[in-house]
Design a binder for this molecule. Structure first.
Ligand code: ADP
Ligand code: MG
Length: 691
């Protein structure tokens, strides 16, 4: 195997090439903080190009993770080269010439020979090679034999570097080549680095020195070595993240919330009022909540579960725990529709229990706004936390779909008071991600819906078969069931979305749904109109609800057993899963028909999304698929999550590592030192915690 020549910055050029450098002198920390033009060959123009890749200081280059490595090839004698097979050759330039083929194309050709024979090597658009690769130059080339010539992908003069086995390939740009980046990273790499991790910890976790890890990442001799390096660097990142989260948790633990002792008579009656038995998953979540509520440390718990899995039932339990000690519970939802839906759901059991329940949104009339803050249970939008609203005595707050709220809004709810907080989400995220993003939250999961439900059957049909889909839908209607038709998603304003939905509803009324009672639900309806429409649908005065994505959450009509989603390929996976959750809410078998363009016209990820939906109804499994398709950062779309700053860690691949980092972070949180400095740096100016 070829040894990889290690290129050192001039100042440190004494280490032996080919050996892992041993830490002798640590470069001063500031070295990595310096602007890139301290590196040889970086002037203002290169500096600007690097900036466009997000690289501004020396440390950025050091942390610039290769996206791949060159395959190991060994060297092939020129006479043994095979057509279209990638190979490395080494030889001497016999003659060379530069030719201008077309206006924007120059071809540099060199005849290269080794002991076995010779070949014409070609380079495109690199006219500067003319003065460089002159007769007699020893070269090493990587490329492919094509039409009798060796087309060069990378070359070295002298030692193997760009052509080396496992040479790193960096995310490059049009403006700056992978080769140049490789050189720059080489120049930026310090021979040794101070290592913030305690030695015992490194040993325990089988992690190399950080300096070695960086060298292994950028100059590996095998893929295994590169992976060992990456793993260490990923651990550092995850650890810093987790230490930051652990600190937040500590801070929060110094706040005081009302301890609620043991469940009392009111929640006992609540269980009796419910027309069903709680599932094992609901019981477990409730038990976890009960433990939290006994403490004076404010609860911060995330309740994850699919739509219809029975979270709201659990949420009301938590609210009633506050009410039974004479305090208040509040539920905050991200939209008026949702708040109203929740209110309708909670009102009935509350009434049966003699508990007052009020709705408070920005469209509530003045009188209601004045009275609502005194109710036992207050349901609302962020109007709940707006100025002038003084809740009487909040002890438990439930925040629904909390990732939709800004951090600020969530904070404001707890402002000046420290209630116990239960965050609910119907967009379950893989536990790994929950631990990373909401790492200071405890997590409860309702992984299975109530047993009386049959999993929704989902089919994916292409447009030319949409007539069959609608005749299926009409069969349901004729059997006394109800249906949803979801309009195509348009990426414009809510107004144009509403207008398009109106047109589509009109069209359907005249075509596929002629003779049926069709209602239209979109985001431009006034709250009263929406409420009225929903009430009519629920009362079976309408057969079909044509809707935009506003039905995504909060609508609960068990008699609706079939849904058609038009142009389903345009929706996100989580969104489709949410939409689908509107059916399958009763004991009847329900169906979801996803209509899309022909398979050939779809992107790979659209196909992957639709196939996943057909395959499973498990929201947690779908979340994993989504994570696969989209990666961690985008899954939540939260910029403040810090996920966008992970260079080395892969949330899926590094699950075990993340768990380790979390455990270690809990132990380390009180120590100071270099690790903490790093945490400070990573968290500088960022608000990560939920709550
Ligand atoms: P989520 O809030 O998770 O979407 P909900 O709490 O609104 O779910 O419950 C969805 C539906 O299932 C509601 O109609 C509710 O009454 C019903 N439900 C909840 N828990 C159970 C249970 N344990 N057994 C039967 N039905 C249940
Ligand atoms: Mg609900």
């Amino acid at each position: 195997m070829t040894t990889v020549a290690i290129r050192l910055p001039v100042a440190f050029a004494s280490a032996d090439a080919g050996e892992w450098p041993r830490p002798r002198a640590f470069p001063r920390a500031e070295t990595l903080e310096r602007a890139l033009d301290v590196l040889p060959g970086v002037g203002p123009s290169v500096k600007r190009k690097l900036e466009r890749l997000g690289l501004t200081i020396v440390g950025d280059l050091v942390n610039y993770a290769p996206r791949d490595y060159l395959r190991p090839l060994g060297e092939t004698p020129i006479a043994h080269l095979r057509v279209e097979e990638e190979a490395a050759i080494a030889g001497v330039v016999r003659s060379a010439s530069l030719r201008k083929a077309r206006r924007r194309l120059t071809i540099f050709k060199a005849i290269v020979e080794d002991e076995s024979g010779g070949v014409t090597a070609t380079w495109f658009n690199q006219p500067w090679l003319e003065g460089k690769l002159t007769a007699g130059t020893h070269v090493r080339l990587r490329g492919v034999l094509r039409r009798g010539e060796f087309q060069v992908k990378s070359y070295d003069i002298g030692d193997a570097e760009a052509t080396a086995d496992f040479a790193p390939v960096y995310p490059a740009s049009e403006e700056i080549t992978a080769k140049r980046l490789r050189e720059l990273v080489g120049a930026a790499l310090p021979p040794a680095l101070a290592d913030p991790l305690p030695a015992a910890l490194k040993q325990g976790e089988a992690l190399p020195q950080r300096g070695d890890a960086l060298w292994a990442l950028h100059r590996p001799r095998s893929l295994a070595e590169a992976e060992t390096g990456r793993r260490r660097l990923a651990f550092d990142e995850l650890l810093a993240l987790q230490v930051g989260i652990a600190r937040r948790r500590r801070e929060r633990e110094s706040e005081i919330a009302p301890a609620l002792a043991l469940p009392g008579e009111l929640v006992l009656r609540y269980r009796e009022v419910l027309p069903f038995r709680l599932t094992e998953h609901q019981e477990r979540a409730i038990a976890e909540i009960d433990v939290d509520l006994q403490s004076t440390v404010p609860m911060q718990r995330l309740l994850q579960g699919d739509v219809g899995s029975g979270k709201t039932v659990v949420a009301l339990y938590a609210l009633l725990r506050a009410v039974e000690v004479g305090r208040q519970g509040a539920l905050m939802a991200p939209t008026e529709t949702l708040a109203e839906q929740h209110f309708l759901t909670l009102e009935e059991p509350c009434r049966a229990l003699g508990v007052s329940c009020a709705l408070l949104t920005s469209s509530s009339p003045k009188r209601e706004r004045d009275l609502a803050p005194h109710a036992d249970v207050v349901v609302g939008t962020h109007a709940l936390i707006q100025e002038g609203v003084q809740l009487r005595d909040l002890a438990v707050a439930v925040v629904d779909e909390q990732h939709r709220f800004g951090v600020e809004q969530r904070k404001a709810l707890a402002e000046g008071r420290s209630p116990h907080v239960l965050h609910m989400t119907a967009t379950p995220i893989p536990r790994t991600l929950a631990l990373t993003v909401y790492g200071d939250l405890a997590v409860s999961e309702i992984a299975k819906p109530p047993a009386n439900r049959k999993p929704i059957k989902t089919a994916w049909v292409t447009e030319e078969r949409s007539a069959a889909a609608y005749s299926r839908l009409r069969k349901h209607l004729d059997a006394g069931r109800q249906a949803y038709v979801v309009c195509p998603l348009i990426e414009e304003s809510e107004t144009s979305q509403a207008r398009a939905a109106e047109a589509e509803a009109e069209r359907l009324r005249r075509a596929e749904l002629r003779g049926y009672r069709v209602g239209l639900l979109h985001g431009r309806l006034r709250p009263v109109e929406r409420r009225e429409l929903m009430a009519r649908f629920k009362a079976r005065e309408l057969d079909v609800l044509v809707a935009t994505t506003v039905i995504e959450v909060g609508v609960d009509v068990p008699n609706a057993t079939i849904m058609i989603v038009q142009e389903a390929d345009r929706f996100g996976l989580a969104q489709l899963h949410q939409l689908r959750g509107r059916v399958g809410r009763g004991a009847e078998q329900s169906y979801c028909l996803l209509i899309s363009r022909a398979r050939e016209d779809l992107t790979d990820s659209a196909v992957a999304r639709l196939e996943a939906l057909v395959r499973t109804t498990d929201g947690f499994e779908l979340a994993e698929v989504d994570l696969d398709i989209r990666g961690g950062g985008q899954l939540l779309g939260t910029r403040q999550s810090g996920l966008t700053d992970l260079h080395f860690a892969h949330l899926r691949k590094d699950r075990v590592l993340l768990e380790r980092a979390r455990a270690v972070a809990d132990e380390l949180v009180d120590t100071g030192g270099p690790l903490m400095d790093e945490v400070e740096r990573i968290f500088e100016g960022r608000d990560l915690a939920a709550g």
